[in-house]
Ligand binder design. Structure first.
Ligand code: HEC
Length: 163
């Protein structure tokens, strides 16, 4: 929180009540009688800044839509995601974040990945996609790796849409 919002503790409750409340506050400005003195412009800009900071897109690192294209061209020949996903040449990748490596039951993994003890996170998955054999030596995932960090971030954002 920045110091400006600390000077105005009531902004905290505005945040908790959510975006609808911001609209209510804004429209109160134009309702005669309710707020005879309009809010100073300074305050409006603070509210706008807070509203923008709360927008989810401001926090997302990768672009899921772009990641879909990366998945289709680089992963989908061996992996699937979605309601009908199942093991193919590689294991299905639904709910990959937080999953222990080698955990799906309909796929026959290499012994190396099963005993690796890796848990898939943003960090381990990025490293694995960049160079599978460095994270799991001996893995049977034959993949040259993606070196473009943007593409990896987009891909991870896409995989996050299949929890
Ligand atoms: C040529 C086929 C192939 C391609 C292309 C491929 N993979 Fe794999 N992948 C595999 C195989 C095979 C395994 C199983 C590895 C093992 O058992 O050692 C695997 C395993 C994985 C795992 C571990 C899953 C688990 O359950 O532990 C992840 C995650 C993964 N791949 C992600 C990807 C992503 C993301 C891409 C695209 C950038 C990709 N793979 C591209 C074949 C492929």
């Amino acid at each position: 929180m920045n110091s400006r919002s600390q000077e105005r503790p009531h902004l905290g409750s505005v945040l908790r009540w959510g975006g609808a409340r911001l609209y209510a506050l804004a429209s109160a400005n134009i309702m005669p009688g309710c707020f005879p003195a309009p809010h100073p412009p300074m305050k409006k800009s603070v509210l706008l800044t807070l509203a923008l900071a709360m927008h989810p897109a401001a926090q997302a690192a990768g672009d899921a839509q772009a990641g879909k294209a990366v998945f289709t061209s680089k992963c989908a020949s061996c992996h699937s995601v979605g309601p009908s996903a199942r093991a193919a040449f590689g294991p299905q990748l639904n709910g990959i974040f937080g999953r222990v490596a080698g955990a799906t039951t309909d796929y026959k993994y290499s012994p190396e990945i099963k005993k690796s003890g890796v848990v898939w996170s943003e960090k381990t998955l990025s490293a694995f996609i960049a160079s599978p054999g460095k994270v799991v030596p001996g893995t049977k995932m034959r993949f040259w790796g993606i070196s473009n960090e943007r593409q990896i971030a987009d891909l991870l954002a896409y995989l996050h849409t299949y929890p």
